[in-house]
Ligand binder design. Structure first.
Ligand code: MF3
Ligand code: CO
Ligand code: CO
Length: 291
């Protein structure tokens, strides 16, 4: 992958509520309760549902020959039509309304003038801000005919995400999630990216809860009903190490091999988990079994 040309930032109509960083790119941080009120949770269900719907529609829109900038314009419009602010826009200065991460790009790829090619794998990561809260979800899609090795990577990566989700349970440490993901990835001899992790989410895009996608005994935070966070493992065909492009955003595998990711925003419930970006209208990957 080579960087393309990044078009000027799009604007969002003024009737849509803006997150605090929308104008200057400066992200304030405040202490936000880890356990959300029922009223916030209801708003997060709505934000999650919209993010999931936009992700599905964007995935259906992809075609060989289309630029990722065109995908950005489409997603931007889908959010606006739903009275939702695209959370990534101007987040720490990020210039676009979603992340588009192809092939060896691990995450945070910036939509640009590059055309998607037959055989690419493409992660779309969409986050929407509506009702004062964020919903964050991503999936990896196939562009045209994709080789069997990449399709298997995508299939197992989605499985990893769901193994992580199934490990969510009140009273248990968040390290259970990382263990479940890492065990499954290792059984397939894949790598687990360490530098990018799941995060608490709510009124802020990223809050203090850290969800590692590998086992670490120091992840002792105990899951409690009402907590909301993302699970978003990045799984590699080869080595898990990354390097950054000069744009300061795009993370790629150091060995240049392909990588895939799936993400959901989840709520810890009294007896398990609710997937706020799942349910009807949500997407799954391009693997034949998932269609
Ligand atoms: N949506 C990404 C995540 O899953 C974050 C993107 S932040 C951006 O946490 F600034 F890169 F857009
Ligand atoms: Co996220
Ligand atoms: Co995301």
């Amino acid at each position: 992958m080579l960087p393309g040309v990044i078009s000027p930032m799009l604007t969002v109509p003024s009737h849509i509520a803006r997150p605090p960083y929308a104008d200057d790119g400066v992200v304030p941080h405040w202490d936000e309760p880890l356990v959300k009120s029922p009223e916030i949770i209801e708003r997060m269900r709505h934000a999650g549902r919209i993010a999931a719907e936009v992700l599905r529609l964007a995935g259906e829109y992809l075609e060989p020959g289309m630029t990722t900038d065109a995908v950005d314009r489409y997603v931007h419009q889908l959010f606006i039509e739903r009275d939702t602010f695209p959370s990534t826009l101007n987040y720490h200065g990020y210039p676009k309304s979603l992340c588009t991460s192809a092939n060896e790009v691990i995450c945070h790829g910036i939509p640009d003038s590059r055309e998607m090619r037959d055989g690419d794998i493409m992660n779309l990561d969409v986050t929407g801000y509506v009702g004062g809260v964020h919903g964050d979800t991503n999936a990896t899609f196939c562009i045209g005919n994709v080789d069997a090795e990449s399709r298997e990577l995508i299939r197992v990566t989605e499985e990893c995400t769901w193994k992580g989700i199934e490990a969510v349970r009140p009273g248990r440490p968040v390290s259970d999630i990382g263990r479940a993901i890492e065990d499954h990835a290792k059984a397939h001899r894949y790598g687990v990216v360490k530098a990018f992790i799941g995060h608490g989410i709510g009124e802020q895009f990223h809050t203090d809860i850290q969800i590692l996608h590998y086992y670490d005994s120091r992840s002792t935070t105990i899951m409690q009903p009402g907590m909301t966070f993302t699970i978003e493992p990045m799984i590699t065909l080869g080595d898990w190490r990354h390097r950054m492009w000069d744009d300061g955003w795009t993370a790629v595998t150091a060995d240049g091999r392909r990588t895939a990711q799936f993400e959901h925003t989840v709520l810890v419930t009294d007896d398990g988990v609710e997937v706020l970006t799942g349910g009807e209208g949500a997407v799954s990957g391009c693997a034949p079994w998932a269609r």
